[in-house]
Design a binder for this molecule. Structure first.
Ligand SMILES: NC(=O)c1ccc[n+]([C@@H]2O[C@H](COP(=O)([O-])OP(=O)(O)OC[C@H]3O[C@@H](n4cnc5c(N)ncnc54)[C@H](OP(=O)(O)O)[C@@H]3O)[C@@H](O)[C@H]2O)c1
Length: 298
């Protein structure tokens, strides 16, 4: 099969990492930039382990007339809908859309708003941050899981897409992978953000450990109600493992707050609480964190 032409919407840290990976593995790859960008191509620079790799990629904006058949979305969660609506007229019928964005609820809304799109979801533990525009540091290799609920075998485009990174797998139970990430994120991200601490502090401080415990208990109840019993049973050890494995990291939510940026809380804890409400579950500790983050009152 001829490799599809990928358009990458959201040329930030993760977008540049995957755009360069797709380009290097032989897929035609174009960056979709905001309206007003006038250049026709941009250098994308990825630094990793002291090595620098620079590739020039073509650029389009919402004012172009290109037809997009395969779209990788790597904006922050809160930008997905405005970014997609800006280029909606460029999306072909049955356009493949792969959402590689943290948080939940986005795919459902995209499917409702644009029923003609073929929406897939992904989650990644790759780590990257921007040094400057389209110049990124690849901070840690991870695994990317891609799938769609109810689809056991990957579509034809997946094989080519998977070559963009070292470890990309098709996940026939992607909903569990996404929920599992959400459950862990609901505990570590907001708590480190309001406490202003690195992840490891959640295990070192007895006060924070007790808060982790209480949050885990609420998130486990909601996970069970949502049908993710397995994730509920293993949540506490899973959270401990992530805290230990990322002890020196400052969570993305903490970094967003420190830089005065919007956070993805509405798509993480906000989504969790929406599911809790559907099942009549109170989750006061999670609600309090949501409100503190929204009000930026650490
Ligand atoms: N970075 C990581 O290590 C990592 C790891 C795992 C998961 N994730 C998740 O991946 C997603 C992306 O994260 P990130 O760190 O790559 O974010 P990021 O560096 O902020 O990149 C997002 C990019 O989207 C662009 N964008 C927003 N609206 C747009 C629009 N309408 N048209 C075109 N471009 C638009 C932004 O441009 P502007 O700068 O102009 O706003 C920015 O370049 C998030 O959900 C994050 O949680 C990140």
């Amino acid at each position: 099969m001829q490799k599809p032409h990928w358009h990458v919407l959201g040329a930030g840290a993760i977008g540049c990492l995957f755009a360069q990976g797709l380009h290097r593995s032989g897929s035609t790859t174009t960056l979709v930039m905001r309206r007003g960008v006038t250049v026709r191509s941009l250098p994308v620079v990825v630094e990793h382990d002291g090595q620098r790799c620079e590739q020039h990629l073509p650029v389009i904006t919402p004012d172009d007339t290109a037809e997009i058949s395969h779209l990788l979305i790597t904006t922050k969660a809160y930008d997905v809908h405005s970014a997609v609506s800006g280029i909606a007229k460029l999306l072909s019928d049955n356009c493949v859309v792969l959402l590689l964005v943290n948080g939940l609820g986005l795919a459902e809304k995209l499917r409702a708003d644009y029923p003609h799109l073929d929406v897939f979801c992904g989650t990644t533990t790759e780590g990257a941050y921007q040094l400057s525009a389209q110049h990124i540091q690849h901070a840690g290799r991870g695994e990317t899981r891609v799938g769609r609920a109810g689809q056991d075998t990957p579509p034809a485009w997946f094989e080519g897409f998977a070559r963009a990174t070292d470890a990309c797998v098709w996940d026939s139970d992607i909903d569990s992978a996404l929920w599992s990430k959400l459950a862990v994120n609901c505990i570590i991200n907001p708590l480190t953000a309001v406490s202003g601490c690195r992840n490891g502090e959640l295990a070192r401080s007895s006060e924070l450990s007790a808060q982790v415990e209480a949050l885990c208990s609420e998130v486990a109840d909601i996970s069970r109600a949502a049908g993710f019993d397995n994730i509920a049973e293993k949540l506490r050890p899973a959270v401990s493992a992530v805290i230990a494995g990322t002890a020196d990291n400052r969570s993305s939510m903490l970094q967003d707050i420190e830089r005065g940026r919007q956070t993805e809380i509405d798509y993480i804890t906000g989504y969790l609480l929406k599911i809790a409400e559907q099942h009549g579950i109170q989750a006061p500790k999670n609600r309090s964190l949501l409100e503190r983050i929204r009000n930026r009152a650490p």
